[in-house]
Write a protein that binds this ligand. Structure first.
Ligand code: PLP
Length: 391
């Protein structure tokens, strides 16, 4: 079956954050919203059918996840990422952000240090600071259009208060699909210095042409022993509103510590429809995902070509994974406020402001291209017009 990703679906009026709350969060009206990391595509039929069938039962009481739910996750991760996991390793979480927060609370004490690699998905920062831990930056290095980890700086930043490193694998917003070699080096540092490696792999299924996802915990038993891996169908199949994801931990002690925290905050029951949607997605989703990734690749290529041909002052960091494009506006030489105003008021685009992603974000904006190409084209036209008005 051929899925139609060109279809424009009007999302306004559904209380969705991206379209209905742009005005409140971006302080702007009349922008084309390309910020929040969800997709504007129709949910595939096999997921909608499964949810509809369950809805037709018309009783939605307390429910536990059946074996088939876990089998669908095990099979998906085995086939897609060649990581053979066991049912016992999988712990439910109502989201990855809650899971990152629970990991910080479970494995570290107030006052401990936690390392993150900016520019990075900003809820990592509050997971550390709002839980009373110290945030330590191990800034990524941008070299020839790709972000790299700075291992020397990482080792220097670890002291006896440092307990955890949190990574986005693949990386949001920079788009690096970390290689086995990179993750191996990182894993070795974590092992040598007794750090827990929290690997947020929510974007792992969205790897673009000629790149590959590596599960950090699957590199070696030693790395697995210090790893807490987080995965979900929410980015892959656009199910963020279903609040259903997994924390996968092979080490029994590490797993038990996380489970105790999950039980303490009582969020392990989950969402009945999330459970149904997740199982349908992981069971039937492979062909749809293949077409989706091709479509996203087309959007990325389009933006790449458009910028080079028409707006060469704006460069993009070509993503190896994710549907985010990290746009480099530094050549415009605007300060943060000027760039933000320019994007919203002049270009009338709703993007994510670079500085919110921490050090290294100045002069950048993040654009989500998981939408029909007509919208991406409109965004490029708006940006071109705004840039041309500067000269
Ligand atoms: C790296 C990363 N982690 C987590 C999330 C969100 O996870 P959740 O909605 O499951 O809390 C996102 C969403 O953009 C993300 O990019």
């Amino acid at each position: 079956m051929k899925y139609d990703f060109d279809e424009i679906i009007h999302r306004k009026g559904t209380s969705c954050v991206k379209w209905d709350y742009a005005e409140r969060f971006l302080e702007a009206s009349d922008v084309l919203p390309m910020w929040v990391a969800d997709m504007d595509f129709r949910t595939p039929d096999f997921i909608v059918d499964a949810v509809r069938e369950r809805a037709e039962h018309e009783v939605f009481g307390y429910t536990l996840r059946p074996d088939s739910y876990y089998e669908s996750i095990i099979n998906w991760i085995g086939k897609k990422h060649h990581w053979n996991i066991e049912k016992d390793w999988i712990i439910f979480s109502p989201g990855i952000v809650p899971a990152v927060n629970m990991a910080v609370m479970a494995y570290t004490q107030p006052g401990d240090k936690v390392i993150v690699q900016p520019p990075v998905y900003f809820p990592f920062f509050s997971a550390v600071t709002e839980n009373g831990r110290q945030l330590v930056y191990n800034q990524l290095v941008l070299n020839n259009g790709r972000y790299y980890m700075d291992f020397d700086d990482l080792e220097k930043k670890i002291d006896n208060r440092t307990k955890m490193v949190i990574i986005s694998n693949p990386h949001n917003p920079g788009g690096s699909a970390w290689t086995k070699e990179e993750l191996e080096k990182l894993g070795k540092i974590c092992i040598d210095h007794n750090q827990i490696l929290v690997s947020d792999e929510i974007h792992s299924d969205l790897v673009l042409k000629s790149f590959k996802h590596t599960v950090a915990a699957n590199i070696s038993n030693e790395i697995a022993k210090v790893s807490v891996t987080m995965m979900a169908p929410s980015k892959t199949f656009n199910l963020a509103g279903m609040a259903t994801s997994s924390v996968i931990i092979s080490d029994p002690d590490l797993r038990n510590t996380f489970q105790v925290m999950l039980d303490r905050v009582h969020v392990g029951m989950g969402n009945l429809f999330g459970m149904v949607a997740s199982e349908a997605a992981y069971t039937h989703g492979e062909k749809w995902l293949q077409q989706l990734v091709e479509y996203i690749q087309g959007n990325v290529d389009f933006v790449d070509g458009y910028l080079k041909n028409n707006i060469p002052k704006v460069r993009m960091i070509r993503p190896e994974a994710t549907y985010m494009i990290w746009l480099d506006f530094r050549e415009l030489k605007m300060n943060d406020r000027e760039l933000k105003d320019f994007i919203i008021l002049k270009a009338r685009l709703g993007l994510n402001d670079g500085p919110t992603f921490g050090p290294g974000g100045d002069g950048f904006q993040r654009m989500n291209v998981a939408c029909p190409q007509a919208l991406v084209k409109e965004a490029m036209h708006r940006l071109e017009k705004a840039i041309k008005s500067l000269s």
